[in-house]
Design a protein around this ligand. Structure first.
Ligand SMILES: [Zn+2]
Ligand SMILES: [Zn+2]
Length: 629
């Protein structure tokens, strides 16, 4: 439906006494502004009637002229909600006639069937948007939420422009093709173009965080064959840099369209992209390919979607996210193109197995013709370790080190592995009350953990429940935020979790320098170490590392500490889990493409899939273009 038709239909339905003033296409939703909201709600099911006629989500808002003064409205809202609602913040967003209420008990405010929300809207004119307060303070979430209000008028302009573009009649889709722009036969810089005769969509715009060499670091956007500003939409599967680290670059070079992702991924992007700028500066002594301002532009254009919500992202393409089980907010992408002409599933990074954090990856889709699957551990030998075994081994290594009065350094990705490891230790501590080894978290680990507490519905049920009942394992008293690294290293036995996970810059490298020469200490690898990383070198036996000393002169760091790897904590599926996932995907795909794995593994995995599952399978290379229909 075109916007003009939508407008006409709504004007016909809304009774004149409601004082309908304007109708706006705000991105994926249609906003209706009325002067008399009470009258509007006196007509039963008006919202339902409109939504079913125009087949769009609608927001009912009160015309600016009728909004209660914010100070008075604040008093009114606190009166309506009482103390029980545990409100931590109230912001007014006049551009959208919205009041943002941050609360520790969002369920209480929303009430049964949204009764609480309606009362606030009718009494104050402001439409409430309720957000959960993270149980741990998070400067990222606070920053993202505040800047949403600060940049509201820019955001509105963007949404209006997008809304007009999206609300077009469905065009005839004649062909669909994909072009592999990064992350094929390699890990890092994931990027896929999905193009039809009517639209150009990018899935993931990653970076290879292990290098700044432009030959390997960034996706092949220069080979798109059209200017960056012609891209219609970008979809981001999850908040790891190899999937979203290059996105601000698009905004630096003229892209001004929408970015679709889940709410937790949005916060992780803000956190990790800013951190990336710092790491590039400090560790590499270089400038990143984009600036803080570009990140801000990107955040303004993000549209968040929850799992299993179906949305029209371009005329002719519907997007749905499904749980990928990999990190918080991680999504599998389902694209339904041209009224069912083609259905594509892009796995992103998936975990189809037990973790302490998430449910296993989703497997059932409406339709699937083409499946893209990650292959990080797609080699025949990539068989992970069972949960009991890996958790016991981790604790054993830690306890041995503590006994000889050493300290344990675990380099981790700030997001994902660090929370999984924290949960294993917290669980052990709960079952062994005498075990009181301090666990220091450094760098972005604490922020990333706080983001988990703001989105408990994205975690597995048992963890969700614990966070809602004020028993968040991330706030266990053994877990402490690292303040002085030297003091920690010279102090009592302890466990230290610090990013980056592959020792490519960040606090983990600082700890390594302080701890490496003492043989009482232990370095434990718990995640994937890419070929170019320092972690990979040490894992493979390199024991002398050239570093820059305090006086600026080169020196050699001797690794005398114990070095060990505890396998199985990866947020990626191992070979068996990948195979099990494909076998469980319903309906069965016609064609499988492997990606996100080393050269040989993606090839071997594709060959085995073709042979064992009787489907067409191959491992495309970067820059391959494949027509799907
Ligand atoms: Zn990932
Ligand atoms: Zn990845």
């Amino acid at each position: 439906m075109q916007f003009a038709e939508i407008e006409k239909a709504i004007r016909e339905i809304v009774p004149p006494e409601c004082g309908l003033t304007s109708i706006e296409p705000l991105g994926l939703v249609i906003a209706i502004y009325v002067k008399d909201i009470k009258k509007f709600y006196e007509h039963e099911d008006l919202v339902k009637k409109i939504a079913s006629t125009i087949k769009k989500k609608i927001y009912v808002r009160v015309d600016k002229s009728q909004l209660m003064d914010p100070e008075k409205a604040k008093e009114e809202i606190t009166r309506i909600l009482t103390e029980e609602a545990k409100i931590t913040n109230i912001w007014f967003n006049a551009d959208f006639s919205e009041v943002i209420i941050e609360s520790e008990k969002p369920g209480l405010i929303i009430g049964k069937g949204g009764v609480g929300l309606k009362e606030i809207l009718v009494r104050t004119g402001w439409a409430p948007v309720v957000l959960r307060t993270p149980t741990m303070a998070s400067s990222t979430i606070e920053g993202v939420r505040k800047s949403e209000v600060a940049y509201a008028s820019d955001r509105k302009k963007f949404l209006l422009k997008l809304g007009k573009k999206i609300n077009q009649p469905s065009p005839e889709i004649e062909w669909v093709r994909t072009m592999m722009l990064g992350g094929f036969r390699e890990v890092g810089r994931s990027c896929l173009l999905v193009q039809t005769n009517k639209s150009k969509i990018l899935i993931d715009v990653g970076i290879n965080p292990e290098t700044l060499d432009p030959k390997y670091a960034y996706p092949y956007l220069d080979m798109l064959g059209f200017p960056i500003n012609e891209i219609d939409a970008v979809i981001i599967t999850h908040g790891h840099l190899d999937h979203m680290g290059f996105l601000p670059y698009l905004f630096a070079y003229g892209y001004d369209g929408p970015v679709y992702t889940t709410p937790p991924t949005k916060d992780l992007m803000a956190l990790l992209q800013r951190d990336y700028l710092n790491i590039v500066k400090k560790f590499w002594g270089a400038d990143a390919p984009y600036t803080k301002e570009d990140i801000q532009k990107e955040l303004k254009n993000i549209i968040t979607i929850n799992y299993e919500e179906v949305v029209d992202i371009t005329p002719g393409a519907k997007l749905t996210f499904y749980n990928a089980g990999h990190i918080i907010g991680s999504a599998i992408v389902h694209l339904h193109i041209g009224e069912g002409k083609h259905n594509l599933v892009y796995s992103g990074d998936i975990k189809f197995g037990f973790t302490n954090l998430f449910n296993p990856a989703h497997t059932t889709f409406p339709r699937v013709e083409t499946l893209f699957i990650e292959s990080t551990y797609g080699g025949r030998g990539d068989i992970g370790v069972q949960r009991e075994e890996r958790e016991a081994k981790l604790i054993e290594v830690i306890n041995n080190t503590i006994q000889r009065r050493g300290k344990v350094l675990i380099p981790v990705f700030a997001v994902g592995r660090s929370q999984e490891i924290l949960l294993v230790m917290e669980n052990y501590a709960r079952n062994n009350p005498d075990w009181n080894v301090p666990i220091y978290i450094d760098g972005m680990v604490m922020e990333a953990s706080a983001i988990h507490t703001a989105y408990p519905e994205y975690l597995k049920n048992s963890l969700h429940k614990r966070i809602l009942s004020n028993d968040s394992p991330f706030e266990c008293p053994l877990i402490k935020v690292a303040e002085n690294r030297e003091e920690i290293v010279n102090g009592e036995p302890a466990v230290i979790l610090a990013p980056s996970g592959m020792l490519s810059g960040g606090p983990s490298v600082e700890y390594l320098k302080l701890m490496a020469e003492d043989e009482k200490n232990t370095l434990i690898f718990v995640g994937y170490q890419s070929a170019l990383s320092l972690g990979n070198k040490i894992q493979n036996g390199v024991r002398e590392i050239p570093i820059v000393g305090e006086n600026g002169r080169a020196k050699t760091l001797k690794i005398n500490m114990e070095v060990t790897t505890v396998e199985g904590f990866s947020g990626h599926s191992d070979r068996r889990q990948l195979v099990a996932w494909i076998r469980n995907v319903k309906p069965k795909p016609n064609r499988v493409f492997t990606m996100h794995g080393d050269w040989g593994k993606t090839e071997e995995f594709a060959r085995d899939i073709a042979r064992n599952m009787m489907v067409e399978a191959r491992a495309p290379m970067n820059l391959d273009a494949i027509r799907l229909r």
